[in-house]
Design a protein around this ligand. Sequence first.
Ligand code: ADP
Ligand code: MG
Length: 220
Amino acid sequence: MCSNVTKSIIADLSEVSYSYGEKQVLHGVSLSITQGERVGIVGESGCGKSTLLKIMAGLIAPASGSATICGERTPSEIRKKVSVVMQSSMLLPMTIFENITMGHDYSEEHVREVLKKASLLEWVDSLPQGMHTYLGDRADELSGGQAQRIAIARAMCKDAPILLLDEPTAALDPATASSVIASLDAFTASPITIVHVTHQVEYLKGYDRIFHMEGGRLHV
Ligand SMILES: Nc1ncnc2c1ncn2[C@@H]1O[C@H](COP(=O)(O)OP(=O)(O)O)[C@@H](O)[C@H]1O
Ligand SMILES: [Mg+2]
């Protein structure tokens, strides 16, 4: 939770614009999200969805306007407040445990819990070294679905107040995509704030608001 935020606005974008070189891709985007709200964003490829999420994730800063996430405006501070699952996730040459905890001091019990929610526990327990299996040796054997589940487990483990999803199943075949969505649903059953970019509106059932993005602008 963001204890330093009054009322319950957890993310506040005001007139955010962004350009890659000469090319302006976001045009004065304003959006206020309250704590616990689930917001979906749909739109054609290239309309600026990922750029907007990167600003909310503190990966890039707006060229003009402001982005305040959990009361933070500095990208490095924003990054501490969000969990992110992108379209394809980078796994690092470390153990499964280390790929999930990412240098933070989480207990094995906590990691087991998130492995279970991400439908990974059975597989991990079948490995001779369990969650301490070195992934560098196995990265090629992992399916896209397993890699995305590890990324979801990483996001769950962090337990940040905001979860940003950027087409987390777009690179998967339909059957794997629905099972990964089921893992995400187990995660999102908690009262976390979610911003979910997707091409598939059916993934946004029960969401509080859905925006359409077009040419770097958000429409209701
Ligand atoms: N790193 C980059 N450098 C230059 N142009 C980029 C970069 N990333 C994205 N773009 C361009 O910005 C526009 C918006 O991209 P993006 O935010 O990824 O859209 P979406 O996620 O909706 O597909 C696209 O035209 C894309 O080609
Ligand atoms: Mg994108």
